[in-house]
Design a protein around this ligand. Structure first.
Ligand SMILES: *Cc1c(COP(=O)(O)O)cnc(C)c1O
Length: 453
């Protein structure tokens, strides 16, 4: 019997600062532009949506940003999270590779999302905000923000993508248990929701549409700010506790990764595990391979265009330069709901453009097969999103078997799948299909990109 190998840090070994990769970029990010005028946007333009402290973090060039004590206290409920060596999976694959996974499913709501939800709720509370509006895809972000809002005494309003609202009733029940109000998106409560419904009454909804609704509400109500669960620089910043802890834990194990792998929807859990390692690569200290894995059904990094686009469907958000499939792109209702976003975080996009990461896209059936194999070896059922990272990890470990190389692989197991059992039922019943887009379909969605003078 192989014994489980677990690397635990004590509470006082938890990082007390987040890592800001902007300090190590060889070229700065492209500026953010106003959605209507296409002029450079300043901090004041964003103040209706976000508290000033988060806007400062968005543009900060400091390498290290202190985690407020109150946020650290809440983090300590589940952090530092464990790092495991997947010995049973290694054995099943008969690979000479060493596989490590950082497990973020130990948080209150079962994923990495609380790492930023708690920080965002804290800064909003500090600045006197009463209510947060947001969108959620699979429900992971909505539940994380609902829990964080409850802890800080903030109201939370969640626009939940319609297909997930139907597929994931338990996520909705969880958000409501925390006291949040959950509305299926597109809804009749906002002008942007009504506009989409008038044109596409049977739409599955999308994150781009739900973001428009949440932003519209925040822009109109003085006591309400908007919170985003991925994509933005400050969100990716908050997630870097994952990689910073993993660095220390691998040091305990006496290893350093040759390959770091994360799945990418908007890019936040990937950034969380990978940015500290990419930073070391950029500083010339290491040469770690970094792999971002996305679904074939929503392939922004591998088939999108690196250009300015809106973050939402109704074009309320600023224009950011990112890999995008076009803001009107509505991906198939695949079960990895957290990965159904038309764009990729500007930071992750920029780093991809600079050649500091490899991107690949996988089909959902192969990802579920990998997730089930992982669960049978390691006991943890991964979230459908995380299965993309599991699939790539298994592929890389099998390649090591061919070449006989004993590489060290680290991946982010960003959440458990205990709320996603319908997805696993559908998978085992043979109801899931692979979808890939034709070149024409991708080109059509890209044709609607804004033209920047
Ligand atoms: C939200 C979510 C994702 C996708 O978002 P990223 O910002 O790309 O991390 C992936 N996995 C899980 C478990 C999620 O909750």
């Amino acid at each position: 019997m192989t014994s489980t190998v677990k690397y635990l840090l004590t509470e006082d070994q938890m990082p007390t600062a987040w890592y800001n990769i902007q300090a190590d970029l060889p070229a700065p990010l492209a500026p953010v532009l106003h959605p209507a005028t296409h002029q450079l946007i300043g901090p004041a333009d964003l103040a209706v949506l976000f508290p000033m402290e988060l806007i400062k973090q968005e543009v900060s060039q400091e390498r290290s940003i202190e985690i407020p004590e109150e946020v650290q206290q809440i983090y300590r409920q589940w952090r530092p999270s464990p790092l495991y060596r997947a010995r049973r999976l290694e054995q099943a694959l008969d690979t000479p590779a060493k596989i490590y996974y950082k497990y973020e499913g130990v948080s209150s709501t079962g994923s990495h999302k609380p790492n930023t939800a708690v920080a965002q709720a804290y800064y909003n509370k500090q600045e006197g905000v009463k209510r947060l509006s947001t969108e959620t895809g699979a429900g992971q972000w909505g539940s994380a923000l609902a829990a964080a809002g409850a802890m800080f005494g903030l109201e939370v309003l969640v626009y939940m993508v319609r297909v997930s609202y139907a597929q994931k009733p338990y996520r909705r029940a969880l958000m409501e248990a925390y006291g949040a109000r959950v509305v299926a998106s597109p809804s009749t409560e906002t002008a942007s929701g009504r506009a989409v419904l008038a044109e596409h009454p049977n739409t599955t909804g999308s994150l781009g549409i739900a973001i428009s609704e949440a932003v519209e509400v925040a822009a109109q109500a003085g006591d309400t700010r908007y919170a985003l669960g991925s994509v933005l620089n400050h969100v990716l910043l908050h997630q870097t506790v994952i990689g910073l802890e993993a660095l220390k834990q691998l040091e305990m194990a006496g290893d350093y990764p040759d390959i770091v792998i994360g799945c990418t929807g908007g890019g936040s859990n990937f950034a969380g595990i990978a940015f500290p390692f990419i930073g070391a690569n950029m500083r010339g200290e290491t040469n770690t391979r970094i792999i971002a894995v996305e679904p074939q059904a929503c392939p922004s990094l591998t088939r999108g265009q690196f250009t300015y686009d809106f973050g939402d469907t109704a074009h309320f958000t600023p224009l950011v330069k990112m890999y995008t499939l076009g803001s009107t792109f509505v991906p198939e209702g695949i079960h990895a709901g957290g990965l159904r976003y038309h764009g990729m975080a500007p930071l992750v996009s920029h780093i991809a453009d600079l050649g500091h990461l490899e991107a690949r896209a996988e089909h959902q059936l192969e990802c579920f097969a990998a997730g089930v194999q992982f669960a049978r070896c390691e006991g943890i059922l991964p979230a459908p999103e995380a299965n993309h990272a599991v699939k790539t990890t298994i592929d890389e470990a099998l390649r090591c078997k061919e070449t006989g190389e004993s590489k060290v692989i680290l991946f982010n197991l960003c959440g458990h799948g205990n709320f996603d059992l319908q997805a696993y039922m559908d998978y085992h019943a043979g109801k899931l299909q692979n979808t890939a887009y034709s070149q024409e379909e991708v080109a059509m969605a890209l044709a609607g990109l804004p033209v920047i003078a």
